[in-house]
Design a protein around this ligand. Structure first.
Ligand code: HEM
Ligand SMILES: [Cu+2]
Length: 575
């Protein structure tokens, strides 16, 4: 009787390969970029375009600050001043912070969930081109007459009686085009995240950045139609004889404020939640610890988004409303401090007793926590309506929202840039240049905006092109202007860093930081199809599992994952 061959009782899991299968080299030349539907190229185009707008918005800000450097200045005419702060606010919000997050999302969401592209690649290209069209329409107005109504375009100021020129119409079309861009993009993100995750990646294993982009998408889908409707009514008021916002004909200017802020407050979370997501990815990597309270952070993201939809009228405390209504909006605004506090607590707990590597990316992440905290605290001040009655439309508010937006968005964007640049280009950004850029930005930022709290409390009004030499306004404003130039110089250093490193930076290798998420499981930059094989996901930190498995099965103490320092040494670069 022949002996039967025993089947082996243990199954050997195949070691996932880091190198992707050779695919056709990506097409080159500008036409291949213009016609691309690859999420990585679209992501890069988003980042390049939005950073270009960031520079434009920054130059506008510096011109504003120059005008305000000394009392009774006449560097700019009042009209040019109005145009500049309108362009600045609109550019920063609609053409930089919101779409730059879509840029990171486009590049990294598919990679982080192990997908080969977005769910609808052609719609994805459409999103990008709608954004570009929106920017073009808006900036074309500088050759005619740019809008002067601020980024909120309150009626009746935005009606034809006060601003008959086409600038406001250009602004309306910017809102329509960029809004449609974001809306299409948001649906695409939702479909991608809901349907295209790697095997084993349940909702409980979704990277926190992906949770954040999912929430960003939902908020966009809920808030954008409202502003689209609002500006459409404004357009018909301006040109087709309707009177939605015209009090003398039965309309209501307050209707504009309600519609605008029902969109505008969630917009704040649209701008900062993806940044929170970036921080939740960066901190565990550079403190060598798992994120503290994964579920609490994911849940807090959703709770913030929900509460963010309830509090819009805290921007309208100075409009006539019953006290009970004011109290409701005050209390609901306070509530948001709770989930935000949960996140801040969890980030600090992640750093606590970690083995911290002080990379530029980590510095920006920590700088973000401190700065955003101050913005959150002054937010509680202005949410108390009697206090807001004193502070509204002063520089205190300007200081508050720059702490939130520069702290909450710009610092996180820079943290993400230093963290993910090696994946996108295959090269590391220079650390010394990055650190210099960080310190100049941090110092410049606080010098610019900390003193604005005092200027506001001393009565410096917002949106005025000149002020008289009373109290400390002269010195506070001068300090602020000097700070703005330090800040601008810091930003410039990162741009120089990007331009140099994209060609000459140290070679990064697939996984320079020994990170935890799936985008590091492929070459840098990733090939057209992203991954050769997509591994089965077994935890929130798939790369840790894979690394452990490689070590267990090959016995190699140090597998093919190079640290950033080693990659630098190999390339003969002193990073
Ligand atoms: C780069 C450094 C920046 C500087 C020096 C700066 C400076 C200023 C100044 C001086 C004003 C006040 C204009 C006035 O009230 O007369 C202003 C307004 C504003 N800024 Fe910035 N800003 C900077 C970055 C940003 C960023 C990153 C954002 C948003 C993401 C932003 C959003 C706004 C908005 C929404 C307004 C209000 C515009 C309006 O009143 O309609 N700024 N900025
Ligand atoms: Cu708000």
């Amino acid at each position: 009787m022949a002996a039967t061959v025993e089947a082996p009782t243990t199954t050997v899991e195949p070691i996932p390969q880091v190198a992707a299968r050779k695919v056709d080299a990506p097409a080159t030349g500008w036409t291949s970029w213009v016609t691309t539907t690859d999420h990585k190229r679209i992501g890069i185009m988003y980042l390049v375009l939005t950073f270009a707008f960031f520079i434009l918005g920054g130059v506008e800000a510096l011109l504003i600050r120059l005008q305000l450097a000394v009392p009774n200045n006449d560097l700019l005419t009042p009209q040019t001043y109005n145009e500049l702060f309108t362009m600045h606010g609109t550019t920063m919000i609609f053409l930089f912070v919101v779409p730059v997050m879509a840029g990171f999302g486009n590049y990294f969401v598919p990679l982080m969930i192990g997908a080969r592209d977005m769910a609808f690649p052609k719609l994805n290209a459409l999103s990008f081109w709608l954004l570009a069209a929106g920017g073009l329409v808006f900036y074309a107005s500088i050759f005619f007459s740019p809008p002067e109504c601020g980024w909120t375009c309150y009626s009746p100021l935005s009606d034809t009686d006060y601003l008959p020129s086409g600038g406001v119409d250009a602004w309306i079309f910017l809102i329509h085009l960029t809004g449609l861009s974001s809306l299409v993009g948001a649906v695409n993100f939702y479909a991608t995240i809901a349907n295209m995750r790697a095997p084993g990646m349940g909702w409980g294993r979704l990277p926190l950045f992906v949770w954040a982009i999912l929430t960003y998408a939902v908020l966009l889908i809920l808030a954008l139609p409202v502003i689209a409707a609002a500006v459409t009514l404004l357009l018909t008021d301006r040109h087709f004889g309707t009177h939605f916002y015209d009090a003398s004909n039965g309309g209501s200017p307050l209707l504009w404020q309600h519609l605008f802020w029902f969109f505008g407050h969630p917009e704040v979370y649209i701008m900062v939640l993806p940044g929170f997501g970036i921080i939740s990815e960066v901190l565990p990597v550079f403190s060598r610890k798992p994120i503290f309270g994964y579920k609490a952070i994911a849940a807090a993201t959703l709770v913030i988004a929900f509460l963010g939809l309830l509090v819009w009228a805290h921007h309208m405390f100075s409009t006539p409303s019953p006290s009970l209504v004011l109290v409701f909006f005050m209390m609901s605004s306070f509530l948001i401090a709770v989930p935000t506090g949960v996140k801040i607590f969890n980030w600090i707990a992640t750093l606590w007793r970690g083995t911290i590597t002080y990379t530029t990316s980590l510095l920006f992440a920590v700088g973000f926590i401190g700065t955003f905290l101050i913005g959150g605290i002054t937010g509680i001040f202005v949410a108390v309506f009697p206090v807001d009655w004193q502070l509204t439309d002063t520089y205190f508010v300007v200081a508050h929202f720059h702490y939130v937006l520069m702290g909450g968005a710009v610092f996180t964007i820079f943290s993400g840039l230093y963290y993910w640049f090696p994946k996108m280009t295959g090269r590391l950004l220079s650390e010394p240049l990055g650190k210099a850029s960080f310190w100049l930005m941090l110092i410049g930022f606080h010098v610019t905006f900390l003193v604005q709290h005092s200027a506001g409390m001393e009565g410096m009004p917002r949106r005025v092109y000149e002020y008289s030499d009373v109290q400390d306004l002269a010195i506070l404003n001068l300090i602020s202007t000097i700070g703005a130039f330090i800040l601008g110089f810091g930003i410039l250093l990162t741009l120089i860093n990007v331009l140099i490193s994209v060609k000459k930076g140290a070679v990064a290798g697939p996984d320079p930081w020994k990170a935890n998420t799936l985008e590091w499981f492929t070459q840098s930059p990733p090939p057209v199809n992203n991954f050769d094989s997509v591994p089965r996901i077994r935890s929130v930190e798939p790369m840790k599992d894979i690394r452990r498995q490689v070590i267990a099965q090959t016995g190699a103490p140090e597998p093919a994952y190079m640290t950033a320092m080693e990659a630098g040494r190999l390339a003969g670069d002193g990073h």
